[in-house]
Design a protein around this ligand. Structure first.
Ligand SMILES: [Ca+2]
Ligand SMILES: [Ca+2]
Ligand SMILES: [Ca+2]
Length: 676
């Protein structure tokens, strides 16, 4: 390339014939721009700008000097400078401005060269030294529901009253904060944040916030917020004082300290709300009944001194499992039983049964938030709950409920102490009775044909037959099951020796417009008492007796005769059995207190032999026409009339049979009972 270029130059000179005019191409220097403004530069920091030098002709520019001059020349530093620019070549000059102070600086860049027309070119240099502006302000406006107060000058924050611990974190948007802003036009470095003072450990950044070890750099007009929190360090110290100090590289305001103070909020006892949240029926075919919703427990907050009475608000029946809860809602720790400071953290629970239907009690039920027990007896129960927080502050409350069948009419038969004797309770529908003879309704069959196979007598045997024959039912009163009777408890002499029948709307029976009567009967159904070889029953020296006859046994015992071979009335060799001593209780409108307790039978008719059906009582139910007819708008109360001693025999046992009553008639394919 160098060789070819040389040849070209030779040819060009040879062809021109213009001689010395070649040497007259003038050097021309271009300089751009003709001034540099560095603007604001942080004191001590550097900013570099450039100036471009051009040789604008086909000859070299030779520099004699390139200098920065003027009183503030020291603030501007010139990089390397060329001595010559070849033809049509260019070069860049670098000038660095480093302000030594917060002031304006000017200087001149002077370029001297062999440009014949502009031998000296001056470029104005200007710049300003600037500092950041560190502004720190405490902030706690009501507009963001901030808890606490602040003073701007001198800056301070009062956090107000706070508990010593809190399981519920403070909302970072609602605590006092420090607002840090760089109000200058050059960057600010915030170097450190330090808590100090006597109670420095009680104050800190909100746990969601961290301040980086190396500090934070803020551009011009940038800023950030630092939420703070106050946590008293001891229940024994009431007031707390400290400081928070922030430092920066703003030379005029390198450090800002804000005074901090706060006050201990004394520990409060937990809120308490004992609830009966669930009832699991003894009858496994029934669904549990739940009472744990918010609308249930909200009414139990701040219970009165005597506790809350849930007797009318919880359907607990004798034998049901009741589930008690101190919290009702397991998901939200701030609801129901909860501590103002700690939520449910550290809470302890203590449950005690203090009263049951037999009287005062003191039975521990457990020390967990939820306990359960079985309410076996009809009557009222009281349970006490004590809750303590982690610092020993406690509250106690109690709740009451009633175990009863919550229906309008409840009839219950009990024969405690006579295990082996199977008695059956019968409730007869008024329309099943003919001519005021209660026994006409007894064992009334499911006899209305396929379209309406309703029995007028509900009892253990009829209930069993109904269960085994689809379409059989106890559809009493109006259409639908709301007013139908139900057998809640059945016993064959081998369980709790209680039977229970209940129903709603007894006034719905067809005969009840102006009042009607429900007969209550008890059937001595079977006797399996062991041993089966009791003493023989002797009457007048003869070992023959009739069922129920008084014989030479103890006065409470009666003859149960072996059946004669001809199948006639039981008579002959008999044995001594004590008569079960049943009691019928009648309850109205869900009450746990019986309206009547009737021993069966009266003393004149001692129970001695199976298969006797006693007429125990008549319940006169006020009619639909009487609803609301009294002066006070109420309904006249039902009346219970214990019956005069009367009985009939149904299903006397078969020849050679056990001591059980046997069906003695067939209705369709169903073995049934007829009155003898
Ligand atoms: Ca507490
Ligand atoms: Ca029974
Ligand atoms: Ca019905």
């Amino acid at each position: 390339m160098r060789f070819l270029l040389a040849v070209t130059v030779v040819l060009g000179v040879a062809g021109c014939r213009c001689g010395p005019q070649v040497s007259q191409v003038k050097p021309t220097l271009g300089v751009a721009p003709n001034g540099l403004d560095f603007g604001q530069v942080k004191v001590g920091e550097a900013r570099q700008l450039t100036v471009k030098l051009d040789s604008q002709t086909r000859t070299s520019v030779i520099f004699s000097s390139i200098t920065v001059d003027g009183p503030a020349a020291a603030a501007f530093r010139l990089g390397s400078t060329p001595t010559e620019l070849g033809p049509e070549a260019s070069e860049t000059l670098r000038i660095t401005f480093t302000p030594p102070a917060e002031a304006a600086f000017t200087a001149t860049l002077t370029i001297s060269s062999n440009d014949p027309e502009r031998g000296v070119v001056k470029v104005a240099l200007a710049g300003e030294g600037a500092e950041p502006e560190f502004v720190v302000t405490p902030d706690c406006p009501a507009s963001r529901a901030c808890v606490g107060t602040v003073v701007l000058d001198p800056p301070s924050i009062d956090f107000g009253m706070r508990p010593a611990s809190s399981a519920v974190p403070l909302d970072s948007t609602k605590v006092p904060a420090i607002v840090v802003v760089n109000e200058g036009d050059v960057s600010l470095h915030v170097d450190s944040l330090t808590f100090g003072g006597a109670d420095a450990t009680a104050f800190s950044l909100h746990p969601l916030i961290t301040f980086p070890d190396g500090g934070v750099t803020l551009g011009a007009q940038e800023g950030f917020n630092l939420p703070l929190q106050f946590l008293p360090t001891s229940e024994a110290q009431n007031t707390y004082a400290g400081t928070v100090t922030l430092t920066s590289d703003d030379p005029r305001n390198p450090s800002v300290t804000i005074a901090l103070q706060g006050t201990l909020k004394p520990n409060e006892a937990p809120s308490i709300c004992a609830n009966l949240i669930r009832v699991v029926p003894q009858n496994v075919t029934e669904n549990p009944r739940d009472y744990g919703s918010a609308s249930e427990w909200m009414t139990l907050m701040n219970p009165p001194a005597g506790g809350v009475d849930l007797s009318l608000r919880r359907d607990v029946r004798p034998g049901d499992l009741v589930v008690l809860s101190a919290i009702s809602d397991s998901t939200d720790v701030t609801k129901c039983s909860s501590d103002p400071e700690d939520g449910r953290a550290g809470l302890t629970y203590l449950w005690r049964l203090t009263r049951d239907p037999t009287g005062p009690a003191n039975t521990p039920l457990g020390a967990t938030e939820q306990v359960q027990f079985r309410a076996t007896r009809t009557g009222s129960y009281t349970v006490e709950l004590t809750i303590a927080d982690s610092r020993g502050s406690m509250k106690t409350t109690s709740l009451q409920f009633v175990a009863s069948v919550k229906q309008d009419l409840v009839v219950q038969l009990e024969w405690p102490g006579f295990s082996g004797a199977d008695l059956d309770l019968h409730l007869v529908r008024p329309t099943a009775v003919t001519g005021n003879d209660p026994f006409t309704g007894a064992f009334s069959f499911f006899n209305a044909g396929a379209a309406n196979r309703t029995s007028g007598d509900i009892n253990g045997y009829a209930n069993t037959i109904r269960g085994a024959n689809a379409g059989f039912d106890f559809d009493w009163g109006g259409a639908g099951s709301l007013d139908d009777p139900r057998l809640n408890l059945d016993d064959r002499g081998d369980g709790q020796l209680i039977e229970n029948i209940s129903m709603n709307y007894p006034e719905n029976d067809a005969t009840c417009d102006a009042g009607c009567t429900y007969p209550v009967l008890v059937h001595y159904f079977e006797d399996n008492r062991m041993p089966m070889s009791p003493p023989a029953c002797v009457v007048d020296g003869t070992p023959n007796c009739g069922d129920g006859e008084q014989c030479a046994c103890t006065p409470q015992q009666r003859c149960v005769a072996d059946a004669p071979a001809d199948g006639g009335a039981p008579f002959g060799a008999g044995k001594c059995y004590a008569a079960p001593a049943p009691v019928v209780k009648v309850f109205f409108y869900g009450s746990a207190t019986p309206a009547a307790t009737i021993p069966v039978p009266p003393a004149e008719v001692l129970l001695g032999a199976p298969c006797t059906l006693w007429h125990v009582a008549d319940i006169d139910w006020p009619g639909r026409a009487l609803q609301g007819s009294l002066p006070d708008g109420g309904t006249p109360p039902p009346v219970i009339r214990p019956s005069a001693p009367s009985f009939a025999t149904f299903g006397r046992r078969a020849v050679g049979g056990s001591l059980a009553c046997s069906p003695n008639v067939t209705q369709g394919a169903v073995n049934w009972y007829a009155r003898e």
